[in-house]
Design a protein around this ligand. Structure first.
Ligand SMILES: O=C(O)C1=C[C@@H](OP(=O)(O)O)[C@@H](O)[C@H](O)C1
Ligand SMILES: C=C(OP(=O)(O)O)C(=O)O
Length: 442
């Protein structure tokens, strides 16, 4: 075990009005597309987290100049063919989005590149992007079983493809579409289910013609990206921890400001509504092609729900938090079709089940989901020591569980929270959670 530990005091409520940081998915794409665009782009609300800075550093290593103007990230685009050969491997840390989307971009370059990541990223499946890119003519060598490090040979002429993705994944879809910009002809991706559409929306903002029909998206190769300004909404995936924390603790009353509520991302709101949470969207508006709203939530009784089908994809990163809500609900929550959770920063089904059991919750892991028996009254959780398995979302989900615990919860290896939510502790304390950050056993 290493890294800092969260010691979270039991009980309490969440109150006030909070602005969580910028959306991680949108921030990654803003850097990538601005770097490939012609001209200067200004990104407001960029998420200054380890994952997004890994993307920024990768483009810096390929000659992309950038600076801060106050809080605004200013990116000097180099055009679709203007990136320069990096001197060393591009280290993408913990970030699956960076690695998979960059694969698509690097496959179209004239130079060779190597993509590496930390231990977690080096375990995650990359064959899912290597396979479609290879069909397009890319040459990618990987470690055992399609894992990083990935060596991408440059100078290969790409041809367009019509690709039926085996899983609904925005990372696969985006990777293939980005490679498609470098390919001869029109590249089309069909998906078996819904996945987040930030790439499609933002490419349009950068002047690219993107055709969408049902679950198919296509782009013609050779299109220029034109610099633009991007306003990044607050991240619903980060807001989700506070939504769940407030929902499970009676007396809570919280507003999350200007949060992205893109229909391909908003499953956590729909699930909480299905669980009878007192949740309301105010001031719905649009910012840079993405819908946003202020989310007002009050604590109260929750009912169990069935979470399956498209709803899982719409709430994929919010599942750890939603499992905490389920443990506090009246009845039995059944989650199905969530096998993708096994290939995130850790096996989130196994690790959540292990943590819930540590805190006295009756739950059963299934092949592609979990069954959670809720404890609606009194303390839903005992105290205990949680292993986060170096996964930011596991750590933050269990921190919120303390609001309904009868003894302190300690969570190890919380340094990874900085991959997506660097000021989580400060905001959680501001809202009413009592977290002490301690040095972990080295
Ligand atoms: O495209 C993106 O920005 C992301 C897509 C999702 O992964 P998949 O596309 O693999 O489902 C999600 O889990 C990840 O946190 C971010
Ligand atoms: C899975 C996640 O991100 P990524 O795939 O980019 O590592 C996440 O943030 O929960």
């Amino acid at each position: 075990m290493s890294g800092r530990r969260f010691d979270v005091a039991p009980g309490g409520q969440l109150r006030g009005s909070l602005g969580v940081p910028g959306d991680k998915s949108v921030s990654h794409r803003a850097i990538m597309f601005a770097a490939l665009a012609e001209g200067t782009s200004r990104i407001t609300g960029f998420l200054e987290s380890a994952d997004c800075l890994a993307t920024l550093t990768a483009f810096e290593a390929m000659g992309v100049a950038h600076h801060l103007d106050g809080d605004i990230r200013v990116i000097e685009g180099r055009g679709l063919h203007g990136l320069m050969r990096p001197d060393a491997a591009l280290d993408l840390g913990n970030s699956g989005t960076s690695m998979r989307l960059l694969c698509g971009i690097m496959a179209g370059q004239a130079f060779d590149s190597t993509l590496t990541g930390d231990a977690s990223l080096s375990r995650r499946p990359m064959q899912r992007v290597i396979e479609p890119l290879s069909r397009m003519g890319a040459a990618i060598a990987s470690a055992d079983g399609g894992r990083a490090p990935l060596h991408i040979s440059g100078g290969h002429r790409l041809s367009a493809t019509e690709y039926a993705a085996p899983v609904a994944s925005a990372q696969i879809k985006s990777c293939v579409l980005l490679a498609g910009l470098y390919a001869h002809g029109t590249t089309q991706v069909h998906e078996p289910g819904v996945s987040r559409d930030h790439t499609e929306r933002m490419l349009v903002g950068f002047g690219v013609n993107v055709e969408r029909q049902g679950r198919s998206v296509s782009v013609a190769g050779g299109q220029r990206l034109v610099a633009t300004d991007v306003s990044v909404p607050a991240d619903l995936s980060s807001a989700a921890f506070f939504l769940v924390g407030a929902a499970i603790s009676p007396g809570s009353d919280l507003v999350l400001e200007a949060v992205g509520i893109n229909p391909t991302r908003r499953g956590v709101i729909d699930v909480l509504q299905a669980m009878q949470a007192d949740i309301r969207l105010d001031n719905e508006r649009e910012a840079a092609g993405e819908p946003v709203a202020d989310i007002h939530i009050r604590g109260g009784g929750l009912q169990a729900a069935d979470i399956g089908g498209d709803l899982v994809a719409l709430a994929i990163d919010e599942c750890p938090a939603l499992f905490i809500a389920a443990a506090c609900a009246q009845g039995t929550t059944r989650v199905t079709g969530a096998g993708e959770l096994r290939v995130k920063e850790c096996d989130r089904l196994a690790v959540m089940a292990e943590g819930l059991r540590t805190l006295g919750v009756d739950c059963q892991e299934t092949e592609d989901g979990i069954v959670i028996h809720g404890r609606p009254t009194g303390a839903a959780f005992t105290g205990g020591a949680i292993a986060s398995h170096e996964d930011h979302r596991i750590a933050m989900a269990f921190a919120m569980a303390a609001l309904r615990a009868n003894a302190p919860i300690s969570i190890d290896d919380c340094d990874y929270v900085a991959t997506s939510f660097p000021n989580f502790v400060a905001l959680a304390e501001e809202a009413g959670l009592q977290i002490q950050v301690a040095e972990g056993a080295g």
